[in-house]
Design a protein. Sequence first.
Length: 223
Amino acid sequence: MKGKFLLKIYEELLRVYGHQHWWPGDTPWEICVGAVLTQNTSWTNVEKAIARLKTANALKPDAVLRLSRAELEDALMPSGFFRIKADRLLKVTRWWLGNVIDDKPLWQGRTPAEFRRDLLCVHGVGPETADSIMLYCFQQPFFVIDAYTRRIFSRHFQLEEKMDYHHLQSIFMDNLPADHQLFNEYHALIVKAAKEHCRKNQCLEGCPLCRMIEKQSQIRPTS
């Protein structure tokens, strides 16, 4: 898939939906917490859990570690799988305290790719979570692949839905400028399109990607 076509998709989504101002969060750490908690749940439930952490004055890494396990699990309950997520959040918190100072990555001679690799070594952190942290917390150009990306690009653009994460990611990263702002907005627009029009079982009327494909087929030569 050529870079010009990927940019054309981006421009059409931006024209229809506008800037998304994603990821919501007051601090890089809050964004990191959201990236951990959003696994297997809706963002609405994540917001409820984050609000409970705020109420408990525990939305800082060191404050998370001061909570008892029962207090942490209670705060995370709205996000679902709260025992598993408490364990994951504790591990990510310890990693953060050893690798981030004043919300900035402590590179220690590591490239962003090496820093990401070390983050992936944290139990419970997969590529999607790691890339969300790298992109949205640290403004590093790693394209986030999620279920919405797979749905949209398999349905409309013939990419294999079960393609390996890094293979699919490379289609974007190898063919788009390495710009964290572009990757940020593009991923947010994909999420918006999936929620607004490109639903799990069907595309709703007015889907901009359906219109885009239809228009392209109309101008394609017949011979």
